[in-house]
Design a protein around this ligand. Structure first.
Ligand code: FE2
Length: 206
């Protein structure tokens, strides 16, 4: 008996994008300075962060040049990803709203598992990331949103891996659908880990 395969579809994929800003060194320095200014005047808020500092309000409301540059990079990445997933909507007819905040994780600081409900894309830009070769320090990890995956573990098929870890470097930007559960492993170094996270949501223009 021979059964013929007539189709092989990869249904319901979860795209995760990684970008890099080549000229990041000057930008990162300016963003760290901007962070120092903000931290001098705000205690920050507690969200998914455990330990560390999380800025209050929308970082992209600030008009400093470095924040404007980062905003442009975030918009570029969001547009690129939206096109790559084959969005058929006319993006020019939609309004894109971005909301950003800064995270500073000192030694031991981490982010508990969470999603960013209500947005399309969520992203993280890496301003400073302590240099570690091994272990999980500072790594971001994503959980496959499908259920019953543990059952598949025995087959070791990459398409059904339960989790995916990424170790970004400064200047990297990661972009993922906001529904994706993710967390950040504790910073095991004495150096601070600084990132800027954002949510991107498309709306109909009124
Ligand atoms: Fe997050």
């Amino acid at each position: 008996m021979i059964i013929e395969q007539t189709k092989y579809e990869k249904l319901f994929s979860t795209p995760v994008f990684r970008y890099h800003f080549p000229e990041h060194a000057d930008l990162d320095r300016a963003l760290l300075d901007e962070g120092a200014v903000m931290r001098a005047s705000s205690e920050g808020v507690t969200k998914s962060n455990r330990g560390g500092w999380h800025s209050e309000g929308n970082l992209f409301d600030r008009q400093t040049p470095c924040i404007k540059v980062l905003r442009t990079l975030a918009e570029e990445a969001v547009e690129n990803a939206t096109r790559k997933v084959g969005a058929k909507s006319d993006l020019a007819s939609l309004k894109l709203r971005l909301f950003a905040w800064m995270n500073a994780n000192p030694a031991g600081g981490y982010n508990a598992p969470h999603t960013h409900p209500g947005s399309h894309w969520s992203g993280v830009y890496y301003v400073s990331q302590p240099d570690v070769e091994e272990g999980n320090s500072g790594m971001i990890e994503f959980l496959d949103p499908r259920t019953d995956l543990p059952n598949w573990r025995i087959l070791k098929a990459p398409a059904f891996k339960l989790k995916k870890k990424i170790r970004p470097v400064p200047g990297d930007m990661i972009l993922f659908p906001s529904y994706l559960v993710h967390w950040v492993h504790p910073n095991e170094t004495d150096e601070e880990r600084v990132t800027i996270a954002f949510n991107a949501k498309f709306r109909k223009r009124k």
